[in-house]
Design a protein. Structure first.
Length: 132
């Protein structure tokens, strides 16, 4: 199984969540892609910037999961994380229903943190050049 996680490296919650997930036991390869520093990542993975406004995109064997579905996919694929808050979110997100209910709060916390850190939104960035 190949897992690619495209996330916003400027978001402290996204970075922590991705860093503390232990996917290597369940996936043959795990690729972590910080779309904030890899300007071509959105084009390479055919991801709209709006997808990263809400969190991350998890691609499992070519199938992209976004938003609550991405958090749910990571919780199913991961061993118990070592960080207390990541562990709590991962445990709750093992249920697709709970993940959908929890996700708006995670998204709100992310937006508040990025605003406080004065990190521009992905939609306000200069778009990367598209391959032709």
């Amino acid at each position: 199984m190949k897992v690619t996680i495209v996330y916003d490296g400027a978001c402290p919650f996204c970075s922590d969540y991705v860093a503390y997930q232990d996917l290597k036991a369940r996936a043959e390869t795990v690729e972590l892609v910080d779309a904030r520093s890899d300007r071509e990542a959105l084009a390479r993975y055919a991801i709209d910037s709006a997808d990263l406004e809400d969190g991350m995109v998890v691609i499992v064997d070519g199938v992209a999961h976004r938003g609550a579905e991405a958090v749910h996919a990571l919780s199913i694929l991961s061993k118990a994380p070592r960080n207390w808050w990541v562990s709590l979110v991962a445990f709750a997100s093992r249920s697709a229903v709970v993940s959908r209910l929890l996700y708006p709060f995670l998204k709100l916390g992310r937006r508040i943190a990025l605003t406080a850190l004065r990190v521009p939104r992905f939609s306000q960035r200069e778009p990367p050049s598209r391959p032709r």
